[in-house]
Design a protein around this ligand. Structure first.
Ligand code: BGC
Length: 387
């Protein structure tokens, strides 16, 4: 039987915009609701977790998990520049307390892809004032973080910098993340500066950021091309975390790199609902790559999962991913926990079609239905089932 280290965090993850609903002051809401927009679905009420978070936390607890990752929505805290909503701070404080009351370790993300619309209109991340705006938001949130140990500053800055170009091109890429347009380097640099500023404010916490680990694999001898591809899309963001308290590893699949860049997923590959290759080895390999790049930095798996309509496939994927993770731990890599993406079937940035959830959500009534894969993860966490 494979055992995980003492104190290992076992949990599930969500983000605010993908689950809360009616995040009306955010830039993504504006994008979704633009007449003639290019996104197939609007987030709308999402999973109504803004109101139903106690039920979500009850589910996490009832499964036997001990951690919950969620994000605080800047657009709710500061819907208008300079106006900090005390009511919204109190809302997120209640969620943190809700976690602590249920003996769930909260893993709090301060920024998960969305920003207030005013921030975007005022120049976004490349405005000369962006860092100080973000710092001000982080300072506003500090008083509600009492009892929190783990704080993620910015979720997947590498994806954010790549999405910027995708949004500009008004095209939703259906392909794997790593094959997206190269990051906008000005935005990447700005995010790095903002992360460092946030870290200065977060000295009482384990603070870090989370990177989309894409398992770039060279084929046909394209080693040099692969290194270059990986540097701009992933490694520069890992390197920034060399002095952080932890690094969040988020891995789902791999991307094959040939002489001319990313290759399409091979025609005969097993795929998930989002078109990505079914490749659970991604997790262990991502952990190894991260540990090679920034040795000694504790790793927290802040996301790993699969978009599938076949729940047995989710359990199969999770078992294989955890097996690879366990091997990496056995080899001496310091991994502190595993947070599955996602607790809920939620808004996948423009569409509700790919279902990543351990728990189904009825799109009309918001009724939650716990899937067998969720119970399976809970059983692994509590040792009721052996890996
Ligand atoms: C993001 C999540 C997203 C997931 C699946 C990550 O890129 O942090 O918001 O839903 O992967 O695509």
């Amino acid at each position: 039987m494979r055992t995980f280290p003492d104190g290992f965090l076992w949990g599930a993850a969500t983000s605010a915009h993908q689950t809360e609903g009616n995040n009306t002051a955010s830039d993504f809401w504006a994008l979704e609701n633009r007449p003639g927009g290019f996104l197939p679905d609007r987030s709308g009420d999402a999973c109504d977790s803004y109101h139903r978070w106690p039920e979500d936390l009850d589910i996490v607890q009832s499964l036997g998990l001990n951690a919950y990752r969620f994000s605080i929505e800047w657009a709710r805290i500061e819907p208008v520049e300079g106006h900090i909503s005390r009511a919204e701070l109190a809302h997120y404080r209640r969620i943190i307390e809700g976690c602590l009351e249920r003996s769930l370790t909260p893993v709090v993300t301060l920024h998960h892809f969305t920003t207030p619309l005013w921030f975007q209109k005022a120049g976004g991340w490349t405005s000369p004032e962006a860092t100080e705006r973000f710092r001000r938001y982080v300072r506003a949130v500090l008083p509600i973080l009492d009892g929190v140990e783990w704080v993620c500053t910015i979720n997947e800055p590498n994806m954010l910098a790549m999405m910027a170009n995708m949004v500009k091109a008004e095209k939703r890429e259906e392909n794997v993340a790593g094959a997206m347009p190269p990051p906008d380097q000005a935005i990447a640099d700005a995010l790095i500066t903002a992360h460092r500023a946030a870290r200065e404010e977060l000295t009482s916490f384990k603070a870090g950021w989370t990177v989309a680990n894409q398992n770039f694999e060279p084929v046909d001898g394209a080693d040099a091309e692969c290194r270059e591809w990986a540097w701009s899309r992933e490694d520069q963001f890992l390197d920034v975390a060399a002095d952080d308290d932890f690094i969040g590893v988020q891995a789902y699949t791999r991307v094959l790199i040939g002489r001319d860049g990313a290759l399409p997923v091979p025609a005969d590959a097993r795929r998930t609902l989002i078109g990505w290759e079914f490749h659970p080895a991604a997790l262990g390999n991502a952990v190894r790559h991260t540990a090679d790049r920034i040795p000694g930095v504790p790793i927290l798996i802040t996301e790993n999962g699969i978009a599938t309509a076949d729940d047995a496939e989710r359990a199969e994927y999770t078992d294989a991913a955890l097996t690879g993770l366990h091997e990496a731990i056995e080899d001496g890599i310091d991994v502190r926990g595993y947070l599955h993406w996602s607790l809920l079937d939620n808004y996948e940035w423009g569409t509700y079609a790919p279902t990543f959830g351990l728990v189904a959500v009825d799109r009309t009534t918001f009724t939650r239905t716990v899937k067998p894969s969720a119970r399976h993860l809970g059983d692994l966490a509590t040792g009721r089932t052996a890996l």
